[in-house]
Design a binder for this molecule. Structure first.
Ligand code: PGA
Length: 247
C-alpha cells in the first residue's frame, strides 16, 4: 500500500486527477471504476477541467460505478446515477453507452447484480478503481462484516452509514436501507490499480486501521492490504492517526 499524504484536500484532488489523466493518456480506452460521496467531488472537478482545457479525451473510456441505492430511480435527486451525471458525466465526452451504474430500480435485482459483475469481467477488468472510505471502514457499500469473497450483490446499509448519509436526504428515515454494491472480491480481483481517497478527521481512525491494523472483515478496507497495487491519498486530517508518519 503506497500512502501519499496530501497537504490539503485540493492537493488530494490534483494528485488523484493526475493519476487518472496519466492512465487515460497512456490508454485512451481505459476502464475507470468510480465512486460517489463527498470525497471524489474535487477529483471530478479536476477531470472536467482537464477535459474542457483539451488535455483529456474520454470518448473511448468506459466507466463502472461501485454502487447504487435500491429503490431510487436514476433521476432521483439522491441517486448515485444523478450524482455522477451532475458532477462528471454531463460535463465530459464519455459516451452514454460506455457508462455503467447498477440500476437500483431494476425489479430483477439479482439479475442486475450478476449481469453487472459479468460485464466487468467480460470487459477485462478495471484499470483504475477510485474508492472512498467510510468512517466505519467500508468500501463501496461493503459494510463491516462483509464477506471478503463477495461479488456484486444486494447489501444492507449499516446504521452508521444510514446516519452518515442522512445529510443528503434531509431525514434519516428517507435513506434507502438497501443498495447494490460491487463486492470486495469484485474490487480486489478486477482492479489493476486501486486509488483510495480519504479526507477529514472523521476518517482518521478508519485510515489507520486500513493501513496499519490487522486485516479483518470488520474493517473491509483493511483487505486492501493484500492487493498488489493500492495508492492511498489522504489529506493531513485523515492521515493524522497513522503511526508511520510520526515515527
Ligand atoms: P464520503 O463517503 O466521501 O461522502 O465521506 C465515502 C464513503 O462512504 O465511501
Amino acid at each position: 500500500m503506497n500512502i501519499i499524504i496530501a497537504d490539503h484536500y485540493d492537493d488530494l484532488c490534483r494528485i488523484s486527477a493526475d493519476i487518472v489523466k496519466d492512465c487515460v493518456k497512456a490508454k485512451p480506452d481505459a476502464v475507470l471504476g468510480l465512486a460517489t460521496g463527498s470525497t471524489p467531488i474535487g477529483l471530478y472537478k479536476q477531470l472536467v477541467h482537464q477535459y474542457k482545457s483539451g488535455e483529456l479525451d474520454f470518448s473511448k473510456v468506459t466507466t463502472f460505478n461501485l454502487d447504487e441505492y435500491i429503490g431510487l430511480s436514476p433521476e432521483h435527486p439522491q441517486s448515485y446515477n444523478k450524482f455522477m451525471y451532475d458532477h462528471l458525466f454531463r460535463h465530459i465526452n464519455v459516451p452514454e453507452e460506455q457508462i455503467h451504474i447498477p440500476k437500483g430500480d431494476n425489479p430483477q435485482l439479482e439479475d442486475e447484480c450478476s449481469a453487472y459483475e459479468n460485464l466487468i469481467r467480460r470487459i477485462g477488468g478495471i484499470d483504475i478503481q477510485i474508492l472512498g472510505i467510510g468512517a466505519n471502514g467500508h468500501i463501496g457499500f461493503n459494510e463491516p462484516g462483509s464477506d471478503p469473497e463477495a461479488r456484486t450483490r444486494i447489501v444492507r446499509l449499516s446504521e452508521s452509514t444510514i446516519k452518515a448519509n442522512a445529510r443528503f436526504f434531509g431525514d434519516q428515515s428517507l435513506v434507502p436501507r438497501l443498495a447494490i454494491s460491487m463486492g470486495i472480491q469484485t474490487i480486489m480481483e478486477f482492479s489493476r490499480h486501486i486509488v483510495l481517497l480519504a479526507s477529514g478527521e472523521e476518517k482518521a481512525e478508519a485510515v489507520q486501521k486500513m493501513a496499519e491494523g490487522i486485516m479483518t472483515k470488520n474493517v473491509p478496507a483493511s483487505i486492501l492490504q493484500s492487493h498488489p497495487n493500492v495508492t492511498v491519498i489522504a489529506d493531513q486530517h485523515a492521515a493524522q492517526q497513522l503511526k508511520k508518519q510520526s515515527s
